[in-house]
Design a binder for this molecule. Structure first.
Ligand SMILES: NC(=O)c1ccc[n+]([C@@H]2O[C@H](COP(=O)([O-])OP(=O)(O)OC[C@H]3O[C@@H](n4cnc5c(N)ncnc54)[C@H](OP(=O)(O)O)[C@@H]3O)[C@@H](O)[C@H]2O)c1
Length: 440
């Protein structure tokens, strides 16, 4: 057997502790598969006194993770601290500069600094591997990078945040509000005390930016992602979607469009018959549309210590086998600049929920503003709220009632302009809710 691979693990939280356990538990199998003995020889975390259920007696402890990254007797640094800057970035830069391989699960770091870190890794002839940064335990990065080079990808999209999918699943199944489901998600440990990052779509945007780079050979561009979260989705939207044959999912979508690549994160109506619509709870899924394989969907656990460690250990095994390949699928110099396509130019079908005053002629007024912009309406549904109906059984209470429109393909710019005109006409009692429809 050739020389052993000595790992330094920075961060011993949910994922780090699982990685240390897994490397120990699977030592024999990993040695058989890679031809090398893989051992954790050093660790770093903030609190040395915390019981993590790990035997660290034979392992070197570093209070400073950057010191660990520079230690001469470590071959590969596993960064599991998290965060786009601060200690995680310092650790990764120090390790790569010192000529050590790096394995990380840190999507925020990769989304913001991926291009520069990939250049640094290449310059030092070492690996920068990040399978666990997107969709946790699903080996989606390897699937795209190693499995599809013969394909031209036209679209990649997915459910990349388990917290949001859990909330939308509960809202759909039980008719509960977003707020009630978020509270439950927090009680179950699926959502952070500050859930903004997850529910407003930023976590999905980071993962999408990484997938976009891999799928289209472009420089990772997190700032180019248009982001909308799920906090505005109401139980009525899920009910309407159900009646119309759709489910609502928070999707990250990257697709080839005229002039570049459109990257967007938003609540999306997907046909109930699609593979992605079957994905419930905290599970993640990614679909790739490519010219040779057609549609390929991977479904699995997107988070959790063990599932995420599974992806981290896969990267460690690659490093042990001596695989030093460009993390984003091609050398940095070969990555094309990301040409952004503005959301205004996005073209697709829309679900629009308006809250209008229950007065004669309102639906006609809305339809006129749409027609002026050549937006064709597939269906229009009016639901009278109980309070409106109780107050005036004859039909026109003047109270706010929902009016739902489904459009055929239209541009976002035209839809926004029609909604502005409808608002200026004084027809709206609340801001409209817009949900894009993603067809198969
Ligand atoms: N959790 C998941 O399901 C999941 C899934 C996919 C990807 N990820 C990614 O994996 C990474 C780790 O996530 P996690 O959930 O394991 O986080 P976590 O449980 O919060 O663990 C973070 C660890 O980093 C340590 N740490 C923080 N600051 C440090 C510093 N300055 N020096 C040394 N150690 C420091 C903490 O030390 P103490 O323990 O001593 O406080 C803790 O052990 C993140 O990038 C995350 O995005 C996580």
């Amino acid at each position: 057997m050739t020389q052993s691979l000595r790992l330094g693990v920075a961060g011993l939280g949910t994922v780090g502790a699982s990685v240390v356990r897994m490397v120990g538990r699977r030592a024999e199998a990993l040695a058989a598969a890679t031809g090398r003995d893989i051992r954790v020889t050093a660790v770093s975390s903030r609190d040395r006194g915390r019981d993590r259920g790990l035997d660290l007696s034979a392992v070197q402890w570093f209070d400073d993770p950057v010191e660990l990254a520079r230690a001469p007797d470590i071959d590969c640094v596993v960064e599991l601290i998290g965060g786009s800057d601060g200690p995680a970035k310092a650790v990764v830069e120090a390790a790569l500069s010192a000529g050590k391989h790096v394995v990380t699960a840190n999507k925020a770091l990769l989304a913001h600094h991926g291009a520069a870190l990939a250049r640094l890794a290449e310059g030092n002839g070492v690996a920068l591997a990040f399978e666990a940064s997107v969709a946790g335990g699903i080996p989606v990065i390897k699937a795209i990078r190693e499995g599809l080079p013969g394909n031209a990808v036209s679209r990649v999209y997915g459910i990349l945040n388990g917290t949001c999918n859990y909330i939308l699943t509960r809202m759909e199944r039980e008719g509960l509000t977003f707020e009630a489901c978020l509270k439950d998600a927090q009680a179950l440990g699926y959502a952070e005390a500050d859930p903004t990052f997850d529910v407003e779509g930023f976590d999905t945007a980071h993962k999408l930016a990484i997938l976009t780079s891999l799928a289209f050979g472009t420089v990772v561009d997190a700032e180019g992602v248009s982001v909308e979260g799920i906090s505005g989705v109401q139980p009525l939207d899920l009910k309407m979607a159900d009646e119309l044959g759709y489910r609502i999912k928070l999707l990250g979508v990257a697709q080839l469009a005229e002039g570049g690549i459109e990257q967007r994160v938003h609540p999306t109506m997907v046909p109930k018959s699609s593979a992605i619509a079957q994905v419930m709870g905290v599970t993640n899924a990614v679909t790739v549309d490519a010219d040779a394989v057609g549609e390929l969907t991977l479904i699995g656990p997107g988070a959790g210590g063990e599932a995420t460690a599974s992806a981290v250990v896969a990267d460690i095994a690659d490093v042990a086998c001596g695989l030093v390949r460009p993390g984003f699928g091609r050398p940095s110099a070969q990555l094309r600049p990301a040409s952004r396509v503005e959301m205004q130019r996005h073209e697709g079908g829309y679900y629009i929920r308006l809250t209008v005053h229950d007065r004669p002629g309102v639906a006609a007024g809305v339809a006129t503003r749409m027609a002026e912009r050549e937006i064709s309406i597939e269906s229009i549904l009016q639901r009278r709220t109980e309070s409106a109906a109780t107050n005036d059984p004859r039909g026109r209470s003047g109270r706010p009632v929902p009016l739902v429109l489904i459009t055929y393909a239209a541009t976002e710019g035209n839809i926004r302009s029609a909604l502005d005109a409808i608002a200026a006409d004084g027809l709206l009692a609340e801001s409209p809710q817009l949900i894009r429809i993603e067809r198969e």
